[in-house]
Design a protein around this ligand. Structure first.
Ligand code: NAD
Ligand code: SER
Length: 319
């Protein structure tokens, strides 16, 4: 019987991943936690705790008391916000991971999931079809913390036998919870603004292509990786996964097919330099080979789903 702890359940990924894990493993077997309250659905649908992952004693208590076997550690400060508070963000991103890895070692947890990001790559990385193994010289606080985190996963795996699993998520697009302060957030905000106001001022240039993924594909990839036989996995650090690459002009054209009067303008800010240092597209052949990674959504069917879902919320007065 698996007992799962999700850390960061109130965030963009946690708010959806927690529900899917509860559907698979049973509500009472998935303990949701965050430093802040989560949605009613999460707090009332199963066990929920306010937990600061930076407090190792509380974390130990929660894991031991609930006989946790797996942790999904999602708490982090994302790229845009991390540039505003570099040292605090480094501390949250790294200390939290080390607290979780230490617990994995001490309590011999079965598996730990921790997400990395396309932010591990930097301006010297090949930007088209970025390989799994390549030059990695990130120049953002967030990217440096993710690259260091990947190295720590491998260290704990090799040195202590902790089963660590990880994905370098592309920018994630979803309609349940706001995006958490990243550079790819524009691709979430644009849908809400299109439906609420018919226009959007984008903080990236029109031709800034980035790899993205719709949340249902990201959740499926995460659980597929965690459920894969250990013997099939050739990496204990982070797998590239590709998703779909597009730029603001292309997503805007797709939205116009559903909202013909939609207009977009461009006012790049500090996040443009971050986006310019990241890949445009990703080679995910290793994830396909090792655990049969695949996706269902491209720009067209993702946009239809986003527009339909957000329109429905808007019509019901939920936005
Ligand atoms: P998010 O900011 O939406 O959610 C993070 C959650 O962590 C928040 O609910 C926050 O309250 C919680 N948290 C912060 N500090 C905490 C603490 N000290 N203790 C407990 N909880 C704390 O982020 P997200 O988009 O859901 O991302 C989750 C993970 O996935 C992060 O590691 C992020 O770097 C990674 N990731 C996300 C994306 C994306 O596009 N969303 C892409 C690549 C990687
Ligand atoms: N979506 C994330 C960000 O922009 C990528 O890790 O920070």
């Amino acid at each position: 019987m698996e007992k799962i702890l999700v850390i960061g359940c109130a965030g963009q990924i946690g708010s959806e991943l927690t529900l899917e894990l509860r559907r698979i493993y049973g509500n009472s077997n998935v303990i949701a936690s965050d430093i802040k309250p989560a949605s009613q659905e999460i707090m009332e649908g199963g066990p929920f705790e306010i937990l600061d992952v930076l407090d190792p004693h509380r974390l130990f208590g929660t894991v031991a008391r609930n006989k946790i076997t797996q942790i999904y550690h999602l708490a982090a400060i994302l790229s845009g916000n991390a540039e505003k508070k570099p040292i605090a963000s480094w501390n949250i991103n790294m200390t939290s991971l080390l607290n979780v890895l230490e617990l994995g070692r001490e309590l011999e947890l079965k598996k730990i999931f921790w997400p990395s990001s396309i932010a591990v790559f930097g301006p010297t990385t090949p930007r088209e079809n970025t390989p799994q193994y390549t030059v990695m010289e990130p120049n953002t606080v967030y990217g440096i913390s993710k690259l260091a985190g990947e190295r720590w996963l491998e260290y704990y795996s090799n040195k202590f036998g902790v089963d660590t699993r990880s994905i370098r998520y592309p920018g994630l697009i979803s309609n349940k919870t706001e995006a958490g302060g990243g550079t790819t957030d524009y691709a979430v905000e644009i849908y809400y603004e299109a439906i609420k106001h018919g226009k959007y001022e984008c903080f990236l240039n029109k031709d800034t292509t980035l790899p993205m993924m719709y949340m249902p594909d990201a959740i499926k990839a995460t659980i597929d990786l965690m459920e894969a036989e250990k013997s099939t996995l050739s990496s204990c650090t982070s797998y590239n996964i590709a998703g779909v690459s597009f730029n603001p002009q292309e997503i805007s054209s797709e939205i116009k097919k559903h909202i013909p009067n939609f207009s977009i303008s461009y006012k790049p800010d500090f996040r443009q330099a971050i986006a310019d240092s990241w890949p445009k597209s990703i080679d995910d052949s290793l994830a396909k080979k090792d655990w049969n990674h695949s996706i269902k959504y491209d720009l067209a069917n993702m946009t239809k789903d986003m527009v339909d879902t957000i329109k429905e919320k808007f019509t019901k007065g939920l936005l």
